[in-house]
Write a protein that binds this ligand. Structure first.
Ligand SMILES: O=P(O)(O)OC[C@H]1O[C@H](OP(=O)(O)OP(=O)(O)O)[C@H](O)[C@@H]1O
Ligand code: HPA
Ligand SMILES: [Mg+2]
Length: 183
């Protein structure tokens, strides 16, 4: 779906499909260079990272394995609680593996700071992060991110896996919603 079909919820495009794909190709090339001679396990975080994972993985010119985790914040019910539980764990034993976590966005950083320490406790050879988007102004937890697509302003974005109330994930581009959608 493209932004012309978003039922009047005007989307200001931040990144087009072409820009996203070009940037993912660059990130895949950088990862390939850095992991020459090493096997890579890409770990996608459901559901937002589905599109990034699908396209990033296909930009590689070599084999990569993919696995998935589903995690959820609970307690206050907001993601800023920082309390996370695993809804679906990896199928793969990552002991001794080179893991690259694939994300759509780092906002407060709470999800990934929790996930990285969880993964690190399983004895991987290495854990790095690749995220398409990052909001430096929103970050509450410092997360060491090796591969970043774009740093963006502190605004709510949708599309390309990113949702608002589970909608807009299938938008090909990434954009901001018209304010009336939130009110
Ligand atoms: O840096 P943070 O503030 O923790 O936010 C980033 C996380 O929030 C979103 O996931 P969400 O929990 O909304 O689930 P979803 O991927 O299923 O949309 C996004 O996909 C990241 O995983
Ligand atoms: O800006 C965002 N958009 C969609 N989902 C998100 N999860 C954290 N930040 C965002
Ligand atoms: Mg979400």
């Amino acid at each position: 779906m493209d932004e012309k079909h978003v039922e009047g919820d005007l989307v200001n495009v931040l990144y087009t499909e072409e820009q996203i794909q070009n940037r993912l190709a660059e990130l895949a090339a950088a990862i390939e260079r850095d992991y020459e001679g090493k096997e890579i396990l890409l770990v996608g975080v459901l559901k937002g990272a589905v599109m990034v994972m699908a396209d990033l993985a296909r930009h590689f010119g070599r084999h990569v394995e993919m696995d998935w985790m589903a995690i959820s914040s609970y307690g206050s019910g907001t993601k800023s609680s920082g309390v996370v539980r695993i809804l679906k764990d990896l199928d793969t034993d990552i002991n001794g593996r080179h893991v690259v976590v694939v994300e759509d966005i780092i906002d407060t950083g709470l999800t990934l700071s929790w996930l990285v320490s969880n993964l690190a406790s399983r004895g991987p050879a290495s854990v790095e992060i690749c995220t398409l988007l990052r909001k430096p102004e929103a970050q509450q937890m410092s997360v060491d991110v090796k591969y970043v697509g774009y740093d963006i302003p502190n605004e709510f974005v949708v599309g390309y896996g990113l949702d608002f109330n589970e909608k807009y994930r299938n938008l090909r581009s990434i954009g901001t919603l018209a304010p009336h959608v939130y009110s």
